[in-house]
Design a protein around this ligand. Structure first.
Ligand code: ADP
Length: 646
């Protein structure tokens, strides 16, 4: 009884254990059989995917075979190849056979229950097999894998989605099982009937065959679908996809679609593509799962994986295909990250929108900078206006003082004289002369002030004009210096005139230049202490005349020096300054020199002195001077007026 029960347990265990059960550690060797040859990119990528996935598991050793059925398809060849494999791998114990594409799978399947075959009851994992394979229950114990592509009608749907008007599609196929499968699948589909689409099959082995058929095909006019790989008739090698597409386009330049990864990015629009790397990786995962879980009893053939719509961005625009019709989830290649998948017409709008945005940005930036610039300008103007306002206020205060002082002197002197004569007192002529000289000096000060004010208003209204003539400027300056010497002497100031040349003829307004020199000299005397020294020096070169007036007086500080030519500017305010003046003299000097096309420079240091340098152009007029207008002007009077401050 015990024996029987032991036997039963062993029997149950044997029954429950699948014949093909593979122990995890047993999986060592895989034979991978490809239907085509090493050149087939599809198969190459599948193997790459498998290896990527299982490479970490170093227990696995893969041997590779290529049936090359695209070249030789007759049964004899296949039989002999099988014999070869049986001999070659007689002693190899493969744990698993992996097949890529129909031909390899069909060969292995046929031998699955042949005891003499190396494939006898081996675990078989396939990929690229069409889904109409009906496995027997016996076969299901050993076989699993990925079905190929399901319905190929996806390809046609893709074409009609992108080109809704298409009615004639030419399908270019080779003689492989893959191609035949595509043809059968397309023909049996009723979608074509519904859509009234006419398929024209161009089938061949060599490039020449195919190109000739395309040339002769009359109904090929809307779209091509390329599914085959073709040989170069001269050397028997596979034609490079890009070359084939190029040659087809030279015959018929229509959008070309494809079912194969090989033709993607080679001038085709795209297609519904099996992505071989992802198929390979899924296959690798399945192999590992079988390895880890100990067999295939838990598996049944899995639907196609890794297929996707792919479009080529460049080709889409080349053939004017409406980008809005591209199905969702389509992989777009050749598209830069900044490019949008928009119809051509939208693209113009899109570009215009970009352009407009850029313009708006530029406009905003310019407006902002303009605003900022204006703001700074306004600030500056406001500052200037404020300063000017301050100057004016100071000027009015100053002016009142300037007017009142001489006026007071005049009134009090004349009142004294009046009182004396009313009382019929005898007054000495010295007394009268003294009072009259006060009255005269004050009148001159008033006249100078009024003259300067009139000149300033003449500048503003544009009436201040120069009446220039050819003059020896050396004389003009020297004469004025002589007239002023006595005034300098009164303060014990030494006034020296020196010149490098005796004659420099220049086209000037003598009166105006006299005023300039007089003003500079009167300032120099005014702001130089007793026993000081003033030097007037003249020289010229080929282009310029230089007149320097240098004193060793009180000087002007650096920060004030920039404002010295400003109207109404006085270095010291009314209360603190020690000298008389309205602050408009230097402004007039500057204007006059400018009117002569020259400029005036100033250098000064506190307590060391000040140097003014007038630079005038050496200019002589060719006009013969008109006779000098006779004026009753007296230089002494003019000097008296100008020096009235001192
Ligand atoms: P003002 O009629 O008051 O002299 P100016 O325009 O001629 O007016 O001079 C402006 C100010 O420049 C003077 O008030 C004085 O402070 C300063 N200044 C001009 N010349 C000299 C100089 N040689 N030395 C020192 N300060 C001077």
């Amino acid at each position: 009884m015990k024996k029987i029960s032991k036997l039963l347990i062993v029997l149950i265990l044997i029954i429950l254990t699948p014949t093909s059960y593979v122990q995890a550690n047993d999986i060592r060797k895989i034979l991978l059989i490809n239907s085509y040859n090493v050149e087939s990119i599809w198969e190459y990528k599948i193997i790459k995917g498998i290896k990527e996935e299982i490479n970490e598991n170093l227990n696995i050793n893969i041997k590779m075979e290529y049936l090359d059925t695209a070249n030789s398809q007759n049964q004899n060849y296949l039989d002999e190849y099988l014999e070869l494999l049986n001999t070659k791998y007689k002693d190899d114990k493969f744990d698993m056979i992996v097949t890529v594409d129909d031909e390899a799978f069909n060969m292995v399947r046929k031998e699955l229950f042949n005891e003499k075959s190396i494939f006898y009851k081996k675990t078989v994992v396939f990929t690229g097999v069409n889904n109409s394979l009906n496995l027997t229950s016996a076969e299901k114990k050993y076989i699993t894998g990925f079905m190929d592509g399901g319905s190929k009608v996806e390809l046609i749907k893709f074409i009609t989605t992108l080109q809704p008007e298409v009615k004639d599609i030419s399908v270019i196929i080779d003689n492989t099982g893959y191609s035949k499968n595509i043809k059968n699948k397309l023909l049996e589909n009723k979608y074509l009937l519904d859509k009234n689409i006419n398929l024209n099959f161009i089938q061949g082995k060599n490039k020449k065959d195919i190109l000739n058929q395309i040339k002769n095909s009359s109904d090929l006019n809307e779209a091509l679908l390329i599914c085959g790989i073709f040989k170069n008739e001269d050397n028997g090698e596979n034609v490079k996809p890009e070359n084939l597409i190029e040659e087809i386009k030279q015959i018929k330049d229509v959008p070309i679609y494809t079912s194969r990864d090989d033709y993607i990015n080679k001038g085709t629009i795209g297609g519904y593509i099996d992505i071989p790397e992802s198929c390979g990786r899924e296959l690798g995962k399945m192999i590992l799962k079988i390895y880890n879980e100990g067999g295939i009893s838990k598996f049944s053939p899995v639907d196609k994986i890794g297929a996707n719509y792919i479009v080529d961005y460049k080709q889409i625009y080349k053939y004017n295909i409406n980008t809005l019709s591209i199905p969702k989830g389509t992989i777009v290649i050749n598209k830069k990250y900044y490019q949008l998948l928009l119809p051509k017409s939208y693209r113009i709008g899109y570009l215009l929108a970009w352009f407009a945005t850029i313009l708006i940005i530029i406009y905003i930036i310019t407006k902002m900078t303009e605003y900022k610039r204006n703001e700074a300008k306004n600030k500056k103007l406001y500052q200037m206006a404020k300063e000017r306002e301050q100057l004016k206020t100071d000027f009015i205060a100053n002016m009142s003082h300037e007017l009142r002082t001489p006026l007071n002197i005049i009134t009090s002197a004349s009142m004294l004289l009046e009182m004396k004569s009313n009382k019929e007192e005898t007054v000495s002529s010295e007394y009268i002369l003294d009072k009259l000289s006060h009255i005269n000096q004050s009148s001159n000060r008033l006249r100078r002030l009024i003259n300067n004010l009139i000149d300033i208003s003449k500048f503003d209204s544009g009436f201040f004009e120069c009446k220039c003539k050819n003059e020896n400027i050396v004389y003009v300056v020297e004469d004025i210096v002589h007239e002023v010497v006595d005034y300098a002497k009164e303060k014990n100031i030494e006034l020296i005139f020196d010149t490098e040349e005796e004659e420099i003829i220049s086209f000037i307004d003598k009166e105006k230049i006299e005023r300039v020199i007089l003003n500079l000299l009167s300032n120099a005397i005014k702001f130089t202490n007793e026993n000081g020294k003033i030097e007037v020096y003249m020289k010229s070169d080929d282009n310029f005349i230089y007149i320097t007036i240098k004193d060793n007086g009180i000087g002007i500080s650096k920060e004030k020096i920039d404002h010295i030519f400003q109207r109404f500017y006085q270095v010291d305010n009314l209360l603190s300054r020690g000298s008389e003046g309205s602050g408009i003299g230097l402004c007039i000097v500057d204007e006059i020199i400018r009117m002569h096309g020259g400029k005036i420079n100033i250098e000064s240091e506190i307590n060391k002195g000040t140097t003014f340098e007038i630079v005038l152009n050496v200019s002589k007029s060719n006009f013969i001077d008109k006779e000098e207008e006779k004026t009753d002007r007296n230089i002494k009077d003019i000097v008296k007026v100008e020096m009235s401050d001192i």
